[in-house]
Write a protein of this length. Sequence first.
Length: 178
Amino acid sequence: MKKAATPDEFKRAMRRFAAGVTVVTTAGRGGRAGLTATAMCSLSADPPRLLVCVNRESAPNRAIAASKRFCVNILGQKHRALALRFAGATGVQGEERFEQGRWGKAATGAPVLEDALASFDCTLAEAIDSGTHTIFVGDVRAAAVAARGSPLVYEGGGFHALAAPKPARTAKKAKSRK
Ligand SMILES: Cc1cc2nc3c(=O)[nH]c(=O)nc-3n(C[C@H](O)[C@H](O)[C@H](O)COP(=O)(O)O)c2cc1C
């Protein structure tokens, strides 16, 4: 048996995993910081906890470790450009990333995206370094949810929308089948 899959093999297979897209933010002495992240996961309901995996080389990693607070913002279809911006695709860093989007301040002080599908304001419970990333475990202090909106999905290296549900059978058609 091979010792391990190569990073390329791993990444190629992982690209098939369809995931919701988030922007994870924080604020501290260095100002605001944030990154686009799909490696987010629910961890515990009572107490409410979640985790995010953030590259150890990234600026937001250092910012979250220092501020000990972060907010996970779940993106909708209308946030594609924002997702690219917070992934570094437009070349802007740190505070400048927040020039796009409607940003407010959550109770912990972390930036919250006001029209996110949902947001989780967290204080840092644990930080575990593993390989290239740090697993940040957050105690969820507040969870907000929008009344409507459709999620942004990432798979195969691109953004997608969930497929529309099949149209319901009309009453007439349903009757004629009896
Ligand atoms: C769809 C998508 C999902 C991403 N998910 C993660 C993730 O879960 N964790 C991570 O560390 N980086 C992830 N990235 C990469 C970061 O968003 C990117 O490296 C970011 O620019 C890091 O911030 P920095 O440029 O300030 O260092 C993702 C990028 C994209 C486009």
